[in-house]
Ligand binder design. Structure first.
Ligand SMILES: [Zn+2]
Length: 125
């Protein structure tokens, strides 16, 4: 799908974010195949360490449905540029190669990086 289509999907899902503490709403749209994508939103918890980012929720939804190969991810927020945290970068690295495209968008700008640019040295066994 075109990135504009993924952004429209993300905008419609902002309402599902659960971000009462940070007020920073994030939606990820992870594309597995053409017209097959998984949406994740950030889900916060009053015990802050239990919060899970939108990116990891999208990845875990996809993997739990049997998909482990992805073509791109969009991370969108209406509240600012939602650069992925280190944990999410490492989780993406479990399934995606260094050339995997990561689109990061707010209502004002959009940037694209490869996973290798955002996480040049991954942990591996
Ligand atoms: Zn994260």
């Amino acid at each position: 799908m075109e990135i504009d289509e993924l952004i429209e999907i993300a905008k419609k899902s902002v309402v599902n974010c659960y971000a009462p503490y940070s007020k920073f709403h994030v939606v990820s749209v992870l594309e597995a195949e053409e017209n097959l994508f998984f949406v994740g939103v950030n889900v916060e918890n009053v015990s802050f360490g239990l919060t899970v980012c939108a990116e990891r929720i999208a990845v875990f939804k996809a993997v739990s449905e049997g998909y482990k190969e992805f073509s791109k991810i969009l991370i969108y927020s209406p509240d600012g540029m939602p650069y992925p945290c280190g944990s999410c970068r490492q989780v993406l690295a479990e399934f995606c190669g260094k050339s995997f495209p990561i689109y990061i968008a707010s209502n004002r700008e959009i940037k694209v990086f490869t996973l290798g640019e955002l996480l040049p040295h991954t942990f591996s066994l």
